[in-house]
Write a protein that binds this ligand. Sequence first.
Ligand code: GLU
Length: 320
Amino acid sequence: MKMLKAASLTAVVALSAQMATAQEQFITIGTGGQTGVYYVVGQSICRLVNRGTADHNLRCTAPSTGGSIANINAIKAGDMDMGVAQSDWQFHAYNGTSEYEGDKFDKLRAVFSVHGEPFTVLARADAGITDFADLKGKRVNVGNPGSGQRATMDVVLNALGWSIDDFAMASELQPSEQAAALGDNKVDAIVYTVGHPNGSIQEATSTVDSRLVNLTGPEIEALIADNPYYAKATIPGGMYAGNDNETTTFGVKATFVTSADVDDEVVYTVVKAVFDNFDRFKGLHPAFANLTEEEMIANGNSAPLHPGAEKYYRERGWIQ
Ligand code: GLU
């Protein structure tokens, strides 16, 4: 009798576990470092998706990652379902150019674009750096491997005819480590392609007297003119301590991407969670405040839109 009871209990437990797996589908969104904005993008999307889990059975997580390149590669490998990536790396991954030469990801799909990301250089005020050219011979954190800034820094160096050897030292610290490195005088400057305001630059500028550095000139103008995914960008004055003047540089857009292998229904549900609650989404980070639906589905996306996203945009009358 006892035996029988135990056996039926096991059966019930097994059955409910099976029901739970049948009911809930887990999806993962690749983000960036915890002091950046991608982390907030992923966390915000998941928050909106998970409010509706009882209805659609999707459960979303958005762990911290190395950034753009790491996210695109994880989606390609099938380790992640979606992720945030710079518009330049979306373009190159889909077209098999630049870093992705010979490594084309033609199943990469765009979902929408998000905030603008100026290529940002912050230098210690005592380092004698007023212009990007002053970085020559200095100690610079060029970005962690797998990040968008690390890869875009190579593009900038190339355009200027420099190499990594032009720095006295080039470190590859994570965004979460770079503010402390600047404050501790381990580096003279840090490089970050990121939306503003963000935790990393806020931490750095409030810890050590430091200045955002302009990045302009004919080489940068040529980069902007020759590539659809680059644009002139500014960081408003007064956003960070000690930086009252506007900073001029170039920039990309943060974009939200996935793979053609991810189910239409899953992408549709995620997109619906964001745009059905768009005001709430925009309130989750100051860098999202000026987003508009039109720009998010039209700008910064070079890979084709995922059909699940298209279905929602069509229902809303935003595309034909
Ligand atoms: N643009 C950076 C990257 O691609 C991430 C910036 C952020 O985390 O907000 O890695």
